[in-house]
Write a protein that binds this ligand. Sequence first.
Ligand code: ZN
Length: 277
Amino acid sequence: MSASQINDLSKLCIHTITCKPWTLEQAAKKFSAAGVGGITIWRDALTGRNIRETAKLLRTLNLTVVSLCRGGFFPSLDPSARKAAITDNIKAIDEAAELGAPLVVLVCGAAPGQSLADSREHIREGIAACVHHAEKKGVVLAIEPLHPMYAGDRSAINTLAQANDLAEYFNSPWVGVAVDVYHVWWDPDLQHQLIRCGEKRNLSAFHICDWSVPTLDLLNDRGLMGEGCINIKEIRGWVEEAGFTGFNEVEIFSTKHWKEDQAIFFDKIINAYQHCS
Ligand code: ZN
């Protein structure tokens, strides 16, 4: 089955970090004026802001707050740092609830100096310490598997299979999975794991961008949809077959695109969404 056609922007969500040079107000007003349906807020965009007022502004602009990015970073060799990470994740859950965001994306973390298996155990402990608070606040914790190139220090959860295993371990409506094409496009088991994720009702978020060839920076050289080698339409088709009906979230960290006039870049995002996603 091929992916359905994207005809309007009501299921488009853009992450504030995608248009990082814009303030939250600038971004929200531009997205809203163009008919974009959703916005995902990065916590840095909330610095110094009144969260309740921000939520009110986004409601006034008719934007659905899709998620808050990001929590996680649970593993550490230092027990006090692990405790601090849990405290910070509890704070992120509170911020999400105040903002009206139903979901916090988890970049789970990895601690150089210990095995990935040990880091995964810290991640399990960290989520376990937060899940009751998440339930109390009505916020889902979404485990985002990260590409294996980040296994050194950003995440010990590197495949959708591992994210599924962890989500299924918790077996809770408050623990889900965030699928980002950038991290999982290479995986020969992707289609099967997406179906598994959907069957267990764990598919909580879908992030899109592209893989630049060559990739010049491991973090900040994500491509706009259509600029790279990911078959986004095919993956979106699998995501929809798995039962996902949520937003398509454009999440691009790109030094190149941040240097552009953001109004021009924004027009490119809309065009790429309609034709290359
Ligand atoms: Zn993502």
